[in-house]
Design a protein around this ligand. Sequence first.
Ligand SMILES: [Zn+2]
Length: 255
Amino acid sequence: MIWPIAVTLFGLVIGSFLNVCIYRIPRGESIIRPGSHCPFCLKPIKPYDNIPLLSYFFLGGRCRYCKARISPRYPLVEITSAIFALAVLYRFGPGLRFIVYYTFISALLVITFIDIDHKMIPNTITIGGIIAGLALNPLLPVTLKESLLGLILGSGTLLMVIYGYFFITGRQGMGGGDVKLLGMIGVFTGWHGVVFTLLISSLIGSITGIVWIMLTNKGMKAAIPFGPFLSLGAVIYMFWGQYLINAYMGFMNAG
Ligand SMILES: [Zn+2]
């Protein structure tokens, strides 16, 4: 019983740090210094007001000093991080693999929110992730060859999609950040993971896009960032990819 509790607390604390990354990395600020401060009155946040999850509720979702409303996304990211930490523990057990997969998922979580906020994906995370993933290859369930093929297939496919889309419409659909993101996902999941992630994220992305257009009447020009869908696809592959592929194969063979 000690592992799940420890991992949940760990996930909450890391989630708090991920909030800092989401806010500061796209602004080009250091993620270490200075310490947390209120984004409105800039007053430093005292350690006892900076407890993940709890502080948000004790303070009623407001800054202690200026009473500005703090986004509910802060506790949301902390809870999501803790849930992922638990999920990775149950799927992969404690140990080095936990660290590798949880770090990978944390990177995807940060990318998702930065892409939603700023419509961009920072190179520091994707290129850093590609390098880290290749270095950590012995800990991954994919060979170095599968990993490199994933990198080439992932970034190559999206590059072709971007050029193709530009050639046909004269507009740029996805950005270069998506190219590097799918490359990074390929490094961690191999080329199988890239194929799966691309299919699932396109499917979920299309459905979301159609619903979005129907609800908002904004048309396709209100570009929806693709990074969150790629991230979601990669997470689905990590936990259920093999199961879904087997189920699909069984279904096809039965038919
Ligand atoms: Zn304040």
